[in-house]
Write a protein that binds this ligand. Sequence first.
Ligand SMILES: *Cc1c(COP(=O)(O)O)cnc(C)c1O
Length: 420
Amino acid sequence: MRDETLAVHGGYEADSTRAVAVPIYQTVAHDFVDAAHAGAVFDLEVPGFHYNRINNPTVDVLEKRMAALERGVRAVAVSSGAAAVRMSVRAVTSAGCNIVAAPQLYGATYTYFAHVLADEGVEARFADGDSAAAIAALIDGSTRAVFVESVGNPACNVVDLEAVAAVAHERGVPLIVDNTVATPLYLKPLEHGADVVVHSLTKFVGGHGTTLGGMVIDGGSFPWAEHAGRFPMMCSPEPAFHGVVYAEEFPESPYAVRCRTVGLRNEGATLAPLNAFLLLQGLETLPVRLERHEHNARLVAEHLASHPQVAWASFLGSPDHPHHELARRYLGGHYPSIVTFGAKGGYEASIAFFNRVKLFKRLVNMGDAKSLVAHPASTTHRQLGPADLARVGITPDMVRLSVGLEHVDDLLEDIDQALA
Ligand SMILES: *Cc1c(COP(=O)(O)O)cnc(C)c1O
């Protein structure tokens, strides 16, 4: 057995818990002491960084902090949230198998599962809703993972993670949870039975709409060796990495080590060190930003709910939201600053609102310090027909607001003039 701690994170002993200044290691590769040292670093036998596609000291600090926040064992950073979703699934799939997902998913995740994975011979089975029973019904002997978003984007459904984890584990399958919308400050899926957590750091973590990034965090909890037949990539020699048997040589987090040594090393969706630096700056202010986001979102949601030009408004923090009870249970009494609504007059009226706002930015992003407006049916989810739209929780008239940090009076004034 090798030294996993050092092998995965190299020898850089940055303090990952204090907000110390983090240097940017803007270099492609790191020098070796001599040939023996180089060989040992490549074989993951001694600490050290070798080449930035695989690991980097600045990125390492971000990985350690995200792993700490999610209570995970190891984290692997990648260039975007989409790359994180892909790597999380690729790490356990191969042609002929399937994954089971709740249908309420981020647009690019849905199309990736439905169309791109299929091309690779992996079937994505979308459950009839996000309930544990609906998901359990689709799991069979070829299922390699269950995938859900803890809080769906943009549907804002809250998944009962403990129930879903139970049905996945009963059948010997790991649960992968995209925790982007909730953030680890509101919810830590690994504490509710998830085995792997995925993030788009582009959103609330970065927080300023400047930088793409993603993260895959291994809880280290899934007993791969007990399901060796289902997971040969963890339990038999890996040809892409000189015959390593991950579950034997890296028992603490074979999944994360495989993500790094195959996912990153061979597929190369590496996070740039400068981007890690920018995302680390975002992470430092995440708690204070979330407070203001939530405060503003609540006032915006209340304003919309009582506005004569608004047909419906939806915010997880409202007691009448269908997922409010689950949100209370899983998000510790906090609610993400996503507010959706439909203007009276349907699709056309919602588009008119979208076109008229002045302060809200017409951007397909979320979690930015600036308030953003999106119309999913005509942008992020425009490839989907009416039936698929309904399945992912989007109505044609749905306007999605990501409520930012501006003074709330300015936001309400902008909403009023755009609805007038
Ligand atoms: C944005 C988003 C992604 C994709 O992240 P990128 O950083 O844009 O690639 C994945 N999942 C969710 C829930 C998202 O909101």
